[in-house]
Design a protein around this ligand. Structure first.
Ligand code: IPM
Ligand code: MG
Length: 401
C-alpha cells in the first residue's frame, strides 16, 4: 500500500460505483488521521474470556504504538451479556455510536450460559449481529494458517496439516442470518414452525465476490466459491454472479464447490485451498472447521470490513464460559486480531508485523496455553502469555512472516 495514501485518505475499503475495483481495494482503509497518527479504538471485551484476552491485546497495541509513534485512545464499552446485565440490551446505543465513531473496533467474545435461554432479541449473539449490521461490515476475512510451531497441535496428520495457509472470505451481513421472513408460527395442523430465509441480492454477492477476487489476487491467485447450487436458488444466483465476475480477474483461477464436498475436502486435503468465498452460514461453519486444522480455534483472528467506516476485529472463538476467569484462555487469536486491525483497519502495516513477529517469537520460545500445549513446552496462562508477547515486542524481533 502506498504510504502516502495513509495520510491523505479517510477510511476507504471498496467504492460501489468504482469501475477500477482493483485500485480501490488496494487502498484498503487507509484511515490514518494526519499528522499525529492518533486513533480511537472502541474495545468491546464482552463476556467469558473476552475481558481477559482483550486486556492482553490492548497492552500489545499500546506497546507497538509507542514503538511506532502512534497514539491510541481506547473507549471500552459494554456489549453482549455484559451489556444485558448493565443496560438490558445486548448492544446499547452508546456502544454502537462509539463503534461507529472510532477508527476501528476490537471485540473479545460474547455469550454465556446465563443468557442462553433469553428471548432472541435479548441474546448476546443478537447484539453481535446488530453490531455487524450497524457497521455494515459485509466482508469477513478469516485466515487459517498452520504455523510450523503448532503443526503437532493439529488433530490432522502432520503431512495433511503442514503448510496449510488459507483464507475464508465469509459474507457477513446477509443470507439466512438476516433474511426475511423469519420467525415462529403454527401450520394448518397446529404444528409449531420455526423458519428462516436464505436470500441474497445480486449486489450483495458481487461486493463480497470482489473482495474475494482481490484477496485471492494478493495471495496465491486461487479462489474457490462454496455454495449449494445443486439445491438452493440463493446459491444458484451466487454461482451465476461469481462466475460472471471472473472475467474481470483473469489472473485469478476460479473454481466452485458444493459446501458438503468443501467440508470433506477441508479435512481430506486442505492444502488445495487458497481463498474460499462463501455465504454467511457456510462461512460460519467452514471457518470453525478450518480453525481446527491449525491446532486450535484459540489462534485464529478475523477482520470484518465494509465499504467505508471502521472495521470490526475479533477472534473467531467464542466466550468459552467453561474456562472464563481462570487465566487459561489463549489470548493469541485476539492479539492477532489486533494485528489485523493495524493492517486492514488502520493501514499500519509495520506495527502489525511487529505483533505477528512477536507472536511467532513467543511460540518459538516455547510458551503455550493449554489448548496448544504439548509435552516439553512451557504451559502458561493467559496473562503470562500476554507478558511474553510484550517481551517479544519489546525485543523488536524482526518480522518473519
Ligand atoms: C462467529 C460466531 C457468531 C456467528 C455467533 C456468536 C453469532 O459463531 O462469529 O462465527 O454465527 O456469526
Ligand atoms: Mg462461528
Amino acid at each position: 500500500m502506498a504510504a502516502s495514501l495513509q495520510f491523505n485518505f479517510k477510511p476507504v475499503f471498496l467504492t460501489k460505483s468504482s469501475t477500477n475495483h482493483a485500485a480501490k481495494f488496494a487502498t484498503i482503509r487507509c484511515s490514518a488521521s494526519p499528522p499525529s497518527k492518533s486513533y480511537t479504538i472502541t474495545l468491546l471485551p464482552g463476556d467469558g474470556i473476552g475481558p481477559e484476552v482483550i486486556s492482553v491485546a490492548k497492552n500489545a497495541l499500546q506497546l507497538v504504538a509507542s514503538l511506532e509513534g502512534i497514539k491510541f485512545k481506547f473507549n471500552e464499552m459494554p456489549m453482549g451479556g455484559a451489556a444485558l446485565d448493565l443496560t438490558g440490551v445486548p448492544l446499547p446505543e452508546e456502544t454502537l455510536l462509539s463503534a461507529k465513531q472510532s477508527d476501528a473496533v476490537l471485540l473479545g467474545a460474547i455469550g454465556g450460559y446465563k443468557w442462553d435461554n433469553n428471548e432472541k432479541h435479548l441474546k448476546p449473539e443478537t447484539g453481535l449481529l446488530q453490531l455487524r449490521e450497524g457497521l455494515k461490515v459485509f466482508a469477513n476475512l478469516r485466515p487459517a494458517t498452520v504455523l510450523p510451531q503448532l503443526v503437532d497441535a493439529s488433530t490432522l496428520k502432520k503431512e495433511v496439516a503442514e503448510g496449510v495457509d488459507l483464507m475464508v472470505v465469509r459474507e457477513l451481513t446477509g443470507g439466512i442470518y438476516f433474511g426475511k421472513p423469519r420467525g415462529f408460527s403454527t401450520n394448518e395442523n397446529g404444528d409449531e414452525l420455526g423458519f428462516n430465509t436464505e436470500v441474497y441480492a445480486a449486489h450483495e454477492i458481487d461486493r463480497i465476490a470482489r473482495v474475494a477476487f482481490e484477496t485471492a489476487r494478493k495471495r496465491r491467485g486461487k479462489l474457490c466459491s462454496v455454495d449449494k447450487a445443486n439445491v438452493l436458488e440463493a446459491s444458484m444466483l451466487w454461482r451465476k454472479r461469481v462466475t460472471s465476475l471472473a472475467s474481470e480477474y483473469p489472473d485469478v483461477e476460479l473454481s466452485h464447490m458444493y459446501v458438503d464436498n468443501a467440508a470433506m475436502q477441508l479435512v481430506r486435503n486442505p492444502k488445495q485451498f487458497d481463498t474460499i468465498v462463501t455465504n454467511n452460514i457456510f462461512g460460519d461453519i467452514l471457518s470453525d472447521e478450518a480453525s481446527m486444522i491449525t491446532g486450535s480455534i484459540g489462534m485464529l483472528p478475523s477482520a470484518s470490513l465494509g465499504e467505508s467506516g471502521p472495521g470490526l476485529f475479533e477472534p473467531i472463538h467464542g466466550s468459552a464460559p467453561d474456562i472464563a476467569g481462570q487465566d487459561k484462555a489463549n489470548p493469541l487469536a485476539t492479539v492477532l486480531s489486533a494485528a489485523m486491525l493495524l493492517k486492514y483497519g488502520l493501514g499500519e502495516e509495520k506495527a502489525a508485523l511487529r505483533i505477528e513477529a512477536a507472536v511467532l517469537d513467543t511460540l518459538n520460545r516455547g510458551f503455550r496455553t493449554g489448548d496448544i500445549h504439548s509435552a516439553g513446552l512451557n504451559l502458561v496462562g493467559c496473562k503470562e502469555m500476554g507478558e511474553q508477547v510484550l517481551k517479544s515486542i519489546d525485543s523488536s524481533v524482526p518480522a518473519a512472516v
